[in-house]
Design a binder for this molecule. Structure first.
Ligand code: HEC
Ligand code: HEC
Ligand code: HEC
Ligand code: HEC
Ligand code: HEC
Length: 289
């Protein structure tokens, strides 16, 4: 009886395994780049957090830690000492300058402070009217005016709003920027969702994901130049790049539809074979019994 089952079982394994893709690029990417040396392992005890949430701290101090806990930085293991320096493993010395504690940054130092990690963005910002004015007169917006300091979330075009951006100049300039970013940003969002959907179905999308990340990272630094013409010009390059990825995604969806039909077909073959095997074994039992 076992002998007859081998063929359908092998077939079934073949069908199932075509549905499983190799380890995704995203995972490799995260392993290699996100868990950077500055990250303190999740769950590891930080004296900064323990002391700053202790009862001896006033509510403002405790509030700040709560904000950080909900932030995108916390989710990515960027902790107090990664920004402020100091020794999180040593409660008595943690805020000593000998241990690299740098304290609260002065306003003027904030772009450099955030820019130790966000280098490309800092460069674009410092060359922009915003950065120059901020350093010259303090009148321009700094990183924390737009993003916050402890409650920083993933950035998006939603930061560009009439209420916020018309503090210092007309909203017209901000709006032009938003329009220039809009097409590419919405393409990026669609591609991201499509890639996730394909992955759920086990389609390998490593190459497309790589291309997506490259374009995403490059494009998202552009805003900080606040140069509307440059953004418009570069947007058409990005649009072209993204249209290639979109084309490949469409192909993958077609492939997926084909594969599903094919799996259904193989499944029917499997059922058919099983019935044949069953009947054969029946007649074999009758003959021998
Ligand atoms: C992403 C970088 C970053 C991280 C992470 C971070 N901080 Fe800060 N922190 C800042 C900045 C920037 C300021 C300057 C204040 C401002 O401009 O809002 C600051 C200010 C402070 C201040 C002074 C607040 C005041 O009102 O004078 C304290 C205290 C502080 N941080 C503690 C912490 C603790 C504790 C943690 C960990 C739970 C932490 N920070 C994590 C960037 C960070
Ligand atoms: C044993 C308690 C304790 C520990 C541990 C501790 N802090 Fe503090 N921290 C305080 C107190 C109290 C204050 C407010 C009084 C002051 O300014 O010195 C403070 C103030 C601060 C400030 C704002 C004042 C300044 O000097 O700029 C920052 C930023 C800060 N801590 C970050 C950290 C970081 C980062 C760590 C871990 C590397 C840490 N703290 C560990 C108790 C602590
Ligand atoms: C005038 C407001 C403003 C200022 C000032 C500003 N940003 Fe941004 N930032 C934005 C907006 C808006 C986006 C989203 C752009 C987009 O979606 O294309 C963004 C995006 C980002 C991102 C996400 C980029 C990515 O790769 O996904 C980071 C990180 C960032 N900013 C850091 C900084 C740092 C660091 C500074 C200071 C050197 C800074 N920002 C100054 C408004 C600002
Ligand atoms: C020690 C390195 C480090 C410092 C300093 C730092 N960041 Fe970050 N930041 C990160 C990492 C890591 C991430 C998560 C990966 C990512 O999303 O790019 C991140 C993410 C962000 C994001 C969300 C990016 C997105 O995907 O939309 C913003 C906005 C941001 N940081 C702004 C700031 C600002 C403003 C400061 C200064 C107050 C700052 N960062 C300081 C490392 C740092
Ligand atoms: C704290 C004040 C301040 C805030 C808030 C602010 N800006 Fe600006 N903005 C400036 C200054 C200063 C300049 C540069 C000087 C100039 O060109 O007049 C500028 C210039 C610009 C320009 C024009 C660049 C050019 O060459 O035409 C754009 C676009 C712009 N800002 C977008 C934004 C957006 C989008 C926001 C909201 C996310 C914003 N700004 C928020 C101060 C601010």
């Amino acid at each position: 009886m076992m002998r007859y089952l081998i063929i359908p079982v092998v077939l079934l394994i073949a069908v199932v395994s075509t549905g499983l893709s190799l380890a995704s690029y995203r995972e490799t990417f995260e392993r290699e780049f996100m868990l950077s040396p500055w990250a303190i392992a999740k769950g590891e005890i930080s004296a900064c957090i323990q002391c700053h949430t202790s009862d001896s701290m006033d509510s403002k101090m405790q509030q700040l830690v709560q904000e950080w806990r909900a932030s995108w930085h916390a989710k990515n293991n960027v902790s107090c000492h990664d920004c402020h320096g100091g020794a999180p493993e040593d409660a008595s010395m943690s805020m000593s300058h000998q241990r690299g504690f740098s304290g609260t940054p002065n306003d003027k130092d904030i772009p450099a402070f955030c820019g130790t990690c966000h280098i490309a963005i800092k460069d674009n910002y410092l060359q922009s009217g915003h950065g120059k004015t901020f350093l010259d007169t303090g009148e321009g917006p700094s990183c924390v005016n737009c993003h916050g300091s402890h409650d920083i979330q993933q950035a998006s075009m939603d930061i560009i709003s009439e209420q916020f951006c018309s503090h210092c100049h007309t909203y017209e300039r901000a709006k032009e920027m938003k329009q220039a970013l809009f097409m590419v940003e919405s393409k990026l969002n669609t591609i991201n969702t499509d890639l996730k959907r394909l992955k759920v179905f086990g389609i390998a999308t490593d190459r497309q994901e790589k291309a997506y990340f490259r374009n995403h990272a490059g494009f998202r630094t552009l805003f900080h130049s606040i140069d509307v013409d440059a953004v418009r010009e570069k947007s058409s390059d990005y649009t072209q790049n993204l249209e290639i990825i979109e084309g490949e995604i469409r192909e993958s969806f077609k492939q997926l539809a084909f594969r599903r039909n094919f799996s259904a077909y193989l499944f029917l073959v499997f059922i058919g074979l099983s019935i044949v095997v069953y009947l054969l074994s029946k007649s074999y039992e009758q003959k021998s019994g």
